[in-house]
Every structure is written in C-alpha cells, then in structure tokens.
Design a protein around this ligand. Structure first.
Ligand code: ADP
Ligand code: MG
Length: 703
C-alpha cells in the first residue's frame, strides 16, 4: 500500500488563508486587510509591515527561505524572481530574516524580457509587481526548497498592464458594479458584491520521459511535428473514463497532494478520450483565484510528472489525428450572500431576473462573438478549433430544451407560461433506483453551453491562461448589464419594461443560440446564413482586439486602454510567428539530421538485400519495389525540406506583426505539412529498427 493522505489535514496547509490571518494578525490589522480585500479601503504601509512580518514567520515555519512575487506575464505561463529573506550580515556576521510591507506590496522585476508589445521601450525597462491581496499567498515546496509565493499583478512604469491579472481584476470590478445595478432593479439591496465564479477543467497528455527525450519535436515545440498514426487510435473509446493505470494513478496522487497543500481544490480526475490523455478539474472558485489555481495546476502537473519520469504535455494538439486538449471554463456570477445569477430554478419561465440575465448574456455573446473567439486563440489551439473534435470555431450558445422552449414562448407568444419539467429516468431493474433526470441533456459540441447554473466556455486551449476568456466574459456581460440597467432604471413601470426588454433581447439575439450538432457541415452553412462569424485561425482572430467596438467596450470600463489592446495584438502576432518559426526549424533539423540519414541507411540495407537476393538467383522484385517506394518518398522529402528551409529563411525579411504572422500561416505552415507527408509515409514502411525516434504507438500506448 502506498502512503495514506489525510486530505482534510493537509488541505490548504501551505496557504496564508483567512484562518491563518485571523490567528496571526492583530485584530485591527486583520480588519483593515479585509477591507482592502473588499476594495473598500487602501492598505496602509504600517499594516502591510505587520502582515509581511507575520507572513514571513509563518513561511519560515514551513521551511521557506525565499519569497517571490508570482505573476502572470503575457507568455501564458507564470514568472517569478526569488529573493531570500536574509538581511545584510551584522557585525557578528549573522543575518536576520526580514520581509517588509514594502517588499510585500511592491516588487520590481526587470521587465525588459517580458513581452510588452511595444508598450515599454527598453529605456523604460522598469516594471512593477503589486500584491493582489484578494488571492492568498502560499508556500510552494519542491526539490529546490520552499518559497513564499505572493500572487501579484505586473505593470509598466507608466501603469499599463503587462500581465493577465490586472485586466482580470479590472473586469471583475466592472461586472460587480453592473450586476449590483441589475440586482437593485429587482429590489435586492442586501447583496453587496457580485463575483464571477470559475472552474477550469484541465486536459493534458502524459508520456514517458525517456521516450520524450528522444523526440526533439516534443522537446522544442511541445508537439510532434512528424508521426504516422499507430494501428490503434482512439476508435475503441476504451480509454475514456477507463481504469486509471497505476503509474498514472501514483502521479495523480502526488499532483493532488501538492495542489491540496496549496489550497487548490483538485476534485475530479479521469482518463480522457485519447490514449494517454487525462483531465483534472477543481472545485470552482472566484475568478482570479481560479486563474491563479489553474496556472499552479499546470506548473504542478509538469513538475510532478518529471519526478515520476513522465512528461506532461499541455500542448493543444501534441499528436495529429488524435484528440487534442482544451480547457473548459465554467463561469457563473454569484453574490456575496450566495445568489447565483445564472440559477434558473425549477421554473425558469417565472424567474424574471434569471431571464433578464440570460438575455443579457445572449446579447453579450452575440455582439462580441469575435472577442470571445479571440480570447481562446493561441498557436496550438489553431489545430483544434473547428477540427471536428473540439468546439467549432463559430461561437454559438447551447441553452438546452427547457430554456430554449421558454425563450421561444417569449419570442413567439410574447409570454412564457410554463417550463418543461424533468422526468424520471427508468432504470428498468427492480434493484436500481429510478433517477431524476436533468431538465436538459448535455451537448458536447457547443463552444458555449448552459449547464444547469453556469455557462461552460469550452474553447480555451489547454496550455493557455484562462484569464483572457474571463476578462472578455466579465466585460461583455457588464456591458449588456449596463445598457439594460440604463434603460430599466428610467422605466415608470418596471415589470412591463423588464418584460419587453427580455423579449427584445431574446428576439434580437436568438441567432446565437444553436442546440444542434456543432461539428456538422450544415451548421457551418447555417451559421453563415445567420451572419455569425467563423474565424478560422488565430491570425484572423487577433484583429477583434483592436476593432473600434472592442476599444470602446474595454475603455469604457477601464479594463484596457487602446494602447494596451494594441500591445496585446502585437504580442499575439509575435507569439504566433515565433512558435511557427521554432516548429519549422525543428522540422528542418529533425528531417535533415535524423530522418533522412536513417532512411538513407535503410535504402543501403535494402539495396544490399536486392543484390544478395539476386545473386542467390531468386526473384528480387519485391525488394526492388520497396526500394523504389522508399526512394520516391525520400526524394519528395528532400525537395520539401529544401522548400521549407527557403521559405523559413525568407520570413525574417517580412515586417513583424500581422504580415509576418500571416506569412508563417500561409506559407511556412503549408511547407511544413508538405515535409511531414512523405516523412510519415516513410515511417510506415521503413524498418522500425532504423526509425530515429519513438512512434506514436510507443508514446501513446506505452506509458
Ligand atoms: P462536468 O462539466 O463534467 O459535468 P461539473 O458539472 O462537475 O463537471 O463541473 C465542472 C466544473 O465546473 C468544476 O470545476 C466545477 O467546480 C465547476 N462549477 C460547478 N458549478 C459552477 C458554478 N456555479 N460556477 C462556476 N463553475 C462551476
Ligand atoms: Mg464540463
């Protein structure tokens, strides 16, 4: 038996959470911090000093020697710079362990190496990190020791956001303020704060590290750039929800333990559809904490995998022809006194507040489908979206039978008078209980599905931060709320005006609702008829960020300035170009130094065998045919390699930004596919002994 884990005991033991703060902080300091967390009062330096000191003592008790401002630059991952707690040695040569309020609140990493999209010239390299006191500090333990991690926002010398967190916090303010206006219209004066709740389901692949280390493509680009399909793929669906293998189970156990200690409520784990693919889902938390937690989850998955001689692949499409990985961003809006604005109740047709909120979300998603699509775009996700396994690239909303029926009643008859009720599910066996059915079945193909009391945005890429998606969700719904509240606050007869508003919202934005099969070709045509955007690639998605509509939206809520949006667009184009450039160069390297030499050796062996067989007086036509075939593909490969090398070299002459990214997509990527095709053919005919690296079969089925 393996080590027993006492979950209740270890959960959150490395978090400087409310219990710890209450215990350790003087009453008045605790109170002031709570006010700062609610955004009601700025934290004073004197209080920060006390908090920092307690935090330090607590962290040192946990074995910490260093602290870091832990932040999320625009690279998709997290960044940290470690400082130890030691002060300058005194005259006896001894050091003290110190940590001041100033150090807690503000850090100053050299910002010049983080992407800024032109926001920060090199002569203004200063960047600041500021403590996000709403997200708890925690101690992270690993082989390098223990570190106090302070979740922070990261901005430039001139105050522009250089990270994911700053706009996220701003967008949370926006939706809070506008949601409270909506609640007030319905006579609610008791709720003081509205916060988006988020639960991010994380998909990932696990491969054996020894095999991984033989695959340069995985090492350099996170995905396989060559690889023929194995004889068995995922057609049997035998992996999905299958029993978890022991080696994976041991890894998951360690992952959970690490996450629990840091207060991440890892809850669900199972095998996913593809072989070697798995999923981890936490219990939902408030939006910014959930974002931190997801970043931590990705870090821990990678780190713990390594310890088990495994590698965790977070890339959206590590294996062509095999399902890719995404993240389902479950999103709802909840008041501080526990009201979920997206809870329809048992009879949604009578829940006027819910219907208004639903209409507002429909309007938001319909109006800003392009922004939502953009928020989920990253280089790897281009392999998924619209590729008949992940949600389509077209944004639509799934409401399910019950809500769709209520919406249609309102549109068609002007009133909704009933809600379809869930039935009993007859199990048919006397010893099994009959089950209560959900009012709505699931729909797996919708990018934005209503699932009971939340929306599930399923487009986000597995390696990407969930922050951009939530920034967009929070802000576009805030905008809908604002427009609705502006109008309804003026109404003489609220009930009537509200009814008309709901009907108007449903009627005008019903085109965004689609309950059918999102993978079908008919939907692509139907969506076009409805005028819904079908944005096929990241390069096409980015312009949404700087469209006048987006600038107006984000500026009006102070979530992004125009220059912040422009910088983000630049960063995305740059990221795209860089990633494809690395992939192309890796392919050139692998093809010329590994595959082609291996195939040449194989042809030599084949040629020798042709000679030997002929000399023995036996018909050697089969060997010759094989030699011809291999030589044909080898020739094709050589030509494709030459072309890829040429077009990749040319890329650096093209102006950076959209133009260069477009070139990478339209020219370099095409040349990459042309090189891959003959190589994959060769992999299927060349003797395995000669092939220079492990195959898909080795990677996917032998973990
Ligand atoms: P599935 O989507 O597989 O049915 P669940 O319904 O359990 O799984 O939820 C998936 C994720 O959604 C989990 O992270 C869960 O905590 C989160 N979630 C559940 N309810 C809400 C809610 N009201 N708001 C946001 N996230 C939620
Ligand atoms: Mg789900």
């Amino acid at each position: 038996m393996s080590e027993k884990i006492n979950v209740a005991e270890i959960f959150g033991e490395n978090v400087f959470n409310d219990t710890v703060m209450k215990e350790r902080l003087p009453k008045n300091v605790y109170k002031n911090l709570k006010l700062a967390m609610k955004g009601e009062k700025e934290l004073q330096l004197a209080d920060a000093d006390v908090i920092a000191n307690e935090m330090k003592d607590w962290a040192i008790e946990k074995g910490a020697t260093h602290y870091t401002h832990w932040f999320q630059p625009l690279t998709g991952s997290t960044a940290e710079k470690h400082d130890s707690f030691i002060s300058a040695p005194n005259e006896n040569g001894k050091v003290l362990m110190e940590f001041s309020g100033k150090e807690l609140i503000k850090g100053e990493p050299d910002a010049s190496s983080f992407p800024s999209g032109g926001l920060r010239a090199t002569f203004e390299a200063r960047g600041y990190t500021a403590w996000d006191c709403t997200s708890p500090a925690f101690v992270r333990e690993d082989a390098t020791g223990a570190t106090l991690c302070i979740p922070t926002a990261f901005c430039s010398y001139t105050g522009e956001a250089l990270d994911q967190k700053t706009p996220l916090l701003r967008s949370m303010d926006a939706i809070n303020e506008q949601s409270l206006r909506i609640l007030k219209l319905f006579g609610n004066t008791t709720s003081k704060k509205v916060t988006p709740s988020v639960g991010a389901e994380q998909e990932y692949f696990i491969v054996d590290r020894d095999k991984y280390l033989q695959r340069k493509d995985l090492i350099f680009s996170g995905r396989t750039l060559f690889g023929a399909m194995p004889p068995k793929g995922q057609e049997l669906d035998d992996h999905y929800f299958g029993a978890i293998r022991e080696r994976i189970g041991a890894f998951m156990k360690d992952v959970n333990k690490e996450l629990w200690k840091m207060g991440v409520s890892a809850k669900t784990q199972h095998n996913e559809v593809a072989p070697a693919q798995h999923e981890l889902a936490p219990i939902y938390a408030q939006c910014n904490t959930a974002t931190d937690n997801n970043q931590l989850t990705m870090e821990v998955l990678k780190k713990v995998a390594y310890r088990h001689n495994l590698v965790c692949l977070l890339h959206e499409k590590p294996f062509a022809g095999v399902n890719g990985s995404g993240k389902h961003n479950n999103w709802s809006i909840t008041t501080d006194d526990g009201i979920n604005l997206l809870d329809p109740g048992k009879t949604p047709h009578e829940n006027i507040q819910f219907l208004l909120v639903l209409g507002a979300v429909m309007k938001a998603v319909d109006t800003h489908a392009d922004l939502l699509r953009e928020s989920a775009s990253d280089v790897g996700n281009d392999h998924r979206l619209g590729a008949n396994e992940a949600p389509p690239a077209i944004i639509s909303m799934f409401l399910g039978e019950q809500l769709e029926d209520v919406v249609m009643q309102l549109i068609d008859k002007g009133d909704a008078t009933n809600s379809i009720q869930k039935g009993k599910l007859k199990t048919g066996a006397s010893t099994l209980p009959d089950l209560n059915k959900d009012a709505t079945d699931r729909n797996r193909t919708s990018p934005f599905a209503f699932t009971g009391n939340k929306f599930e945005f399923r487009m986000v890429g597995s390696s990407d931060s969930i922050a951009p998606a939530n920034v967009v969700l929070n802000t576009i719904v805030a905008e809908s709320f604002r427009e609705i509240a502006d109008e309804l606050e003026k109404a003489d007869n609220f009930d009537m005006a509200c009814h008309d508003m709901i009907k108007k919202l449903f009627t005008e934005h019903h085109r965004i609702v689609f309950n059918g099969n999102g993978y079908s070709d008919e939907w692509v045509e139907e969506a076009e008829r409805r005028g819904l955007p079908n944005i096929k690639s990241m390069v096409d998605a980015v312009p949404a960020l700087t469209a006048p509509k987006a600038i107006k939206l984000f500026e009006s809520f102070g979530v992004f300035t125009e220059s912040e949006l422009r910088s983000r667009a630049e960063i995305k184009y740059e990221a795209y170009a860089k990633a494809i450039n690395i992939e192309a160069k890796s392919m050139i390297d692998i093809a010329s130094k590994h595959i082609i030499p291996a195939v040449v050796s194989y042809t030599t062996e084949l040629a020798n065998s042709v000679i030997a067989v002929s000399e023995a007086g036996v018909d050697s036509s089969t060997q010759k045919e094989l030699l011809d075939e291999v030589t044909k593909y080898l020739k094709e490969m050589k030509a494709a390699l030459k072309k890829l090398t040429e077009v990749t070299e040319k890329a650096s002459d093209i102006t950076e930004g959209k133009e260069q990214a477009t070139y990478f997509r339209d020219v370099v990527k095409v040349a990459m596919d042309e090189l891959r095709a003959p190589a994959d053919e060769l992999e299927m005919i060349v003797d395995k002994e000669f092939w220079p690296f492990p195959s898909y079969g080795d990677l996917l089925f032998e973990v």
